[in-house]
Ligand binder design. Sequence first.
Ligand code: PGA
Length: 235
Amino acid sequence: MQIFVEKDYNAVSEKASEIILNCIRENPRIVLGLATGSTPEKTYKLIAQNYKKNKLSFKEVKTFNLDEYLGLENSHKQSYHSFMKKNLFNKIDINIKNTFFPTEFISPGKYEQQIKDNGGIDLQILGIGRNGHIGFNEPYSSFKSKTRKVSLTKTTIKDNSRFFTNRKEVPVMAVTMGINTIMQAKKIILLASGKNKQKAVLNLITNKISNKNPASILWTHKNVIFLIDKACIKK
Ligand code: PGA
């Protein structure tokens, strides 16, 4: 794992967007694994700005989102479908038919097959939860897990509640790419920013590999870039 400590959130987002754009320039038919949440928002904004300026085409790009809530319509403002449209898909020339979400492939093995049929994920973008989750693979998820329905932990539900006006609306279940599915990606960039990710970052950097900390499995992947900012490590 290569670790880069950047000045702040903007610098993390700049670097992440550069890496992603370079990968697309090298391979216009790239298959991307996409994360949602507040961390990658600015990265997507920079990618969209670059599209406006340079018209680097996404027509041949395919995307597989990491996760999606269960119990929300795709059109709900807080669904990850809506997040992706608002932050990226509506701003670039991607063909929406080339964008995939795990809620459309819930049966065991179906999302993995779809990923495989499209050549596998070349570059996976990940955030990290305060509890060390990647996607919605919460602590103690199996490292062998594939795409499946999951119950969200109290910490995650609480963290997600900031996006909802009514606490009762906050989903308690989701479909997530499995840890094993994520690990099949050829290259991974993990992003973390801010003081509230300190514990998760410290755990990942200093503790042993354990399914108590799902992100720790990334140490066994041969091509991972971990982009963090100073606030993640400053006392
Ligand atoms: P966040 O979520 O980017 O909103 O902090 C990250 C995650 O839970 O993976």
